[in-house]
Design a protein around this ligand. Structure first.
Ligand code: FAD
Length: 319
């Protein structure tokens, strides 16, 4: 059986998990087995509708203590479930939860783990998974030889496939060990599109000269329902908060549309954004390296180009 780990936030299944579900269902078809899923915590949506992504059964361990992720607690609960089931392939969306839980699970179950898969495994002779290496500059084909195989799927690497199935829901009980780390308080950013979930990201760099000019980025983002991001120096000099910094040492994102304003396109920046489906670059220097990675480029001063874009989009929206 292929087991999908469904990641939830606030009781809702994250979009990246739906890609993982479609991907896992395709592996199950390829290897002539079934697709089931596990979700931890209290869920406020209809889990049976997940059947349309190819899942036959959703196992919900609905204990409220699992609403927030604790890597050690999650690992034990999932490992116990896998041990009691006949799951041989476990699929995660490659996000922060997977980064915290999947390696621990791999160690606990003695299971081979490939993070950041970008294509279906080749099962014609063994189980070989293709993944990005060197910040997306090359691919590696990695063979998993253990009985249990764990994969995390890069976002935007596999299309969500929608059918008309209905999943059976099973409520499962589990022995939950108390967390060794207690979260005393959390400070959640509200009212913004989360960067890792965003379909559109508007990002600003040092070319914007100072934090007082960030209205250009935020106005465009609001208009397009986008998240905002920035280059590393912008966060380092405190023009923008660090949680917006994308790149090799920041968050890696893969939105459908990435608009980079006044960002040079250094290799360390590209490492975090080059999996975006469409990249638009606005830079006044025609030699800026980012243009080589761009699908569309606008050579011009951001302070002239962006207000014109905002006006044009407003006009389109009005009509
Ligand atoms: C180990 C290491 C890790 C790193 N990790 C990261 C990372 O994760 N993320 C990251 O972003 N960087 C990272 N960096 C830094 C990276 O190398 C670059 O220095 C950084 O990305 C440059 O940021 P920038 O493009 O905003 O600024 P700059 O390089 O200063 O570029 C500004 C750009 O704006 C353009 N511009 C100027 N004025 C205008 C205008 N009016 N209109 C339009 N365009 C204009 C300029 O032509 C220029 O291309 C890392 C560096 C190292 C050494």
């Amino acid at each position: 059986m292929v087991l999908i780990f469904l990641d939830q936030a606030g009781g809702h299944i994250r979009k990246a998990s739906l890609e993982a579900a479609s991907y896992g269902a395709a592996i199950a078809t390829q290897t002539c087995t079934t697709t089931e899923a596990i979700v931890l915590g209290t869920i406020s949506e209809d889990l049976s509708s997940l059947g349309k992504y190819g899942i036959s059964t959703v196992h919900n361990i609905s204990d409220a203590s699992l609403d927030e992720m604790d890597a050690a607690v999650y690992t034990k609960v999932i490992a116990d479930f896998i041990t009691a089931s006949n799951a041989t392939v476990i699929v995660f969306a490659n996000n922060l939860v997977a980064k915290a839980v999947a390696p621990r699970l791999s160690a606990r179950l003695n299971a081979g783990y490939v993070s950041g898969a970008v294509a279906l495994p080749d099962t014609s002779n063994g189980f070989v998974v293709k993944k990005n290496v060197f910040s997306g500059k090359a691919f590696a084909n990695v063979s998993i030889n253990t009985a249990i195989k764990i994969i995390s799927l890069n976002s935007n690497s596999f299309s969500i496939l929608v059918g008309d199935g209905v999943a059976e829901i099973k409520t499962v009980s589990a022995t939950i060990s108390p967390a060794k780390v207690k979260v005393l308080s959390t400070n959640k950013v509200v009212g913004e599109v989360p960067l890792t979930e965003a379909e559109i990201v508007i990002s600003g760099g040092r070319g914007l000269k100072g934090p007082e000019n960030w209205g250009l980025v935020t106005d465009l983002a609001k208009l397009l329902g986008a998240a905002t991001a920035c280059s590393r120096p912008v966060a380092d000099i405190h023009w923008r908060p660090h949680h917006e910094h994308v790149g090799q040492t920041g968050i890696a994102i893969a939105p459908n549309l990435y608009i980079a304003i006044g960002i040079s396109g250094a290799i360390q920046h590209l490492a975090g954004v080059n999996r975006s489906k469409t990249i638009v670059v606005i830079n006044k220097d025609p030699e800026a390296p980012f243009f080589k990675a761009a699908d569309y480029g606008i050579v011009g001063d951001a302070f002239e180009v962006v207000p014109k874009m905002i006006e044009a989009i407003k006009k389109i929206k009005e009509n």
